[in-house]
Design a protein around this ligand. Structure first.
Ligand code: TTP
Ligand code: MG
Length: 368
């Protein structure tokens, strides 16, 4: 089998994404069946559920009433979409430290084209991404590494949750021969049924059919079936991810209470943000500064302040900017603490950004 793509593709998909985010703030529910969705009394549906609930047959898009019938002890939590979007943004930010070509597929899922064709190097990158996401975001992702998008996605689904699988060139023939046709993403219920009527159940069965036969029965879809059942996929990874923010955060081993320790933590975050900002490939403009606080009860709050000017990436903050950023961050923090003064478990600091032409921008614009 010959392969056009030299670079390898990594597919990452977070495990029970919405539920995992809810569970990290409610560790006491970790070993119970938990779902995120609407209430049964409101004719709600399940958005997702943890793997414990899946053992009872609970699934995404199922009515909550049905889910509660299957799993009477199911805990159904209301969704918090803006939080999921924020975590998604942070997860994609982590991806961007490892790849310049990222194609997001969903909030919790992306293809990454890696800069290497060395399987071992790419496997290390994949594992590093998994570790980073777990340590920074406290959720797990499954990852699949292969030669193309189709095979990489197949690999990431192989042993969820927190799974990692590589499908190497020499494994493709065997993997495909045993695969059910329903595992090809575009083969939905109807196509599967039609294939079954033709006696085609596995990809091996599909491989026995000519391209003519498949186009005769499935039109333009025939070519896709012909390719996928052999593990072929010529789609490239399209770099469509746009960074919207960059942030740094610290979880403290002892929750912060005193003003002086909170202030010291904030100063050190400004330093960390400066480092991240310097390393970020140039071309980003910061348009606002935000602080994020997680209290010891795991509740979360953010405060944001827009700039009237811009600051651009790829350079250290000037001393003046450093002062102004620190002072703005303190004001934001004070505003949050005036609403809720409690011990702090985590502090974060970041910029909302957009991509822009540096030449148009004058660094001294910041906070003018
Ligand atoms: P998925 O990645 O499909 O599911 P998941 O992350 O919950 O579980 P898995 O471990 O199998 O990957 O979807 C990502 C999120 O999208 C999911 O957490 C909730 C949301 N979603 C819905 O709201 N409705 C749906 O029907 C599906 C499939 C997902
Ligand atoms: Mg997922």
């Amino acid at each position: 089998m010959s392969f056009n793509n030299q670079r390898l593709v990594l597919h990452c998909d977070a495990d029970s994404f919405f539920a995992a985010i809810e569970l990290r703030d409610r560790p006491q529910l970790k070993n119970l069946p938990v779902a995120v969705g609407g209430r049964a009394t409101d004719r709600g549906v399940i958005a997702t559920c943890n793997y414990i609930a899946r053992k009872f047959g609970v699934r995404s898009a199922m009515s909550t009433a049905m889910a509660e019938k299957l799993c009477p002890n199911l805990i159904v939590l209301a969704p918090r979409f803006s939080l999921y979007r924020q975590v998604s943004e942070e997860m994609h930010g982590i991806f961007s430290n490892y790849s310049r070509c990222i194609e997001p597929i969903a909030l919790d899922e992306a293809y990454l084209e890696l800069d290497s064709d060395d399987w071992n190097i790419c496997a290390e990158i994949a594992k590093d991404i998994q570790r980073q996401i777990e340590s920074i975001l406290a959720i797990t992702v499954s990852a699949g590494l292969s030669r193309n998008k189709f095979l990489a996605k197949l690999a990431s689904e192989w042993n969820k949750p927190a799974g990692f699988k590589i499908i190497r060139d020499e494994d493709v023939a065997q993997v495909m021969s045993q695969l059910a046709v329903g595992k090809i993403p575009s083969v939905g219920g109807k196509t599967k049924e039609k294939l079954a009527k033709l006696g085609i159940v596995t990809c091996r069965d599909l491989q026995q059919q000519s391209l003519d036969f498949l186009t005769q029965h499935f039109g333009v879809h025939g070519q896709l079936l012909f390719d996928r059942c052999r593990g072929r996929d010529l789609r490239t990874v399209k770099n469509t991810w746009i960074r919207k923010s960059i942030s740094v955060e610290r979880t403290f081993s002892n929750d912060l209470v005193r003003d002086d320790e909170i202030s010291a933590a904030l100063n050190s975050l400004v330093g960390l943000l400066d480092e991240r900002w310097l390393r970020l490939k140039s071309g980003y403009l910061a348009k606002s500064l935000f602080v994020k606080i997680k209290y010891s009860d795991f509740s979360l709050t953010t405060r944001e302040s827009a700039f009237s000017g811009y600051i651009h990436s790829g350079e250290h903050f000037s001393p003046q900017q450093q002062l102004q950023l620190t002072s703005t961050a303190k004001t934001l923090l004070t505003s949050a603490l005036s609403v809720k003064k409690a011990s702090i478990r985590l502090l974060g600091l970041g910029f909302s950004v957009h991509q822009g032409d540096q030449k148009q921008m004058n660094q001294t614009d910041l906070f003018m």
